[in-house]
Design a binder for this molecule. Sequence first.
Ligand SMILES: NC(=O)c1ccc[n+]([C@@H]2O[C@H](COP(=O)([O-])OP(=O)(O)OC[C@H]3O[C@@H](n4cnc5c(N)ncnc54)[C@H](OP(=O)(O)O)[C@@H]3O)[C@@H](O)[C@H]2O)c1
Length: 281
Amino acid sequence: MRKEKIIPNMIYGTAWKKEKTNSLVKEAITCGFRAIDTACQPKHYSEELVGLGLQEALSELNLSRNDIFLQTKFTPINGQDLNNMPYNQNDDVVVALEKSFETSLINLRTDYIDSYLIHSPFGPAEDFVRVYQKMEEYVNKGLIGQIGISNCYEMPLLEFIYNNAKIKPKVVQNRFYKDSGYDQEIRNYCNLKEITYQSFWSLTANPHLLSSMHIISMANKYGKTIPQVFYRFLNQINITPLNGTTKKEHMLEDLDFLSFKLTNEEIQTINNLLTSKTKTT
Ligand SMILES: NC(=O)c1ccc[n+]([C@@H]2O[C@H](COP(=O)([O-])OP(=O)(O)OC[C@H]3O[C@@H](n4cnc5c(N)ncnc54)[C@H](OP(=O)(O)O)[C@@H]3O)[C@@H](O)[C@H]2O)c1
């Protein structure tokens, strides 16, 4: 039986881990991650191995399914490998969603998904709305805890989704990078509407921020690593980062990111780096 879950501070991401997916998921849970992100998109994710790793971790650590926040996605056809996907090319989009969702339940060895996202916007709008409505049905049946959208960078689209939804979206999962202006407007909207903003590419898209003297000196001041400082910053501005590390030491270090707190001034300094048009040092 699904119980209300606490929204996690950091989520372990499982993309591109191929045959190491199960051992890394198990390691992540053993290190202390309690939230996992995946997708029913064999091109980039091994969802079945996420399920295997999850099952092994739960039994070894004596945890129950309910201790884990499990998030997966419906990937529309334009994001799938046509030779390896959970539905047929000619399926109606709602049938595609039903098949994808069923496959996720089987892959993840569960009877409910805590957080279910549409991997990216798609058209026509009527089809998108029909898929969203089917997901609302799943929420009403207790099969899904919350609904969200990923790769949504246009405000009018997010407003359209929000305004047309009976069950409002609870997650926006986006690339956190300079080209989108770090989604400032989208993030403001998320804060206003109580939508959790989840970031990916948080480290990989931002070497210019991570090498800034400001962040380096904060890491020195607190005796923390640069990724810890950046994750803490994200967390303090209401962002839940996805973390895709493959290293145990990074898992342990990163999970300790709540053991210190940046001052308002430091948050402002990093925020200024996000909007700065010049070099960040
Ligand atoms: N919705 C979407 O379209 C979408 C797209 C991309 C990703 N995602 C999700 O986001 C997850 C994370 O992916 P990402 O691209 O955002 O990866 P990321 O977490 O930004 O970057 C991970 C990379 O940073 C390196 N790294 C170095 N120090 C690290 C540290 N202390 N902690 C963590 N990583 C460190 C990692 O190397 P080591 O392995 O050596 O630590 C790895 O190469 C994915 O697995 C997936 O679940 C979603």
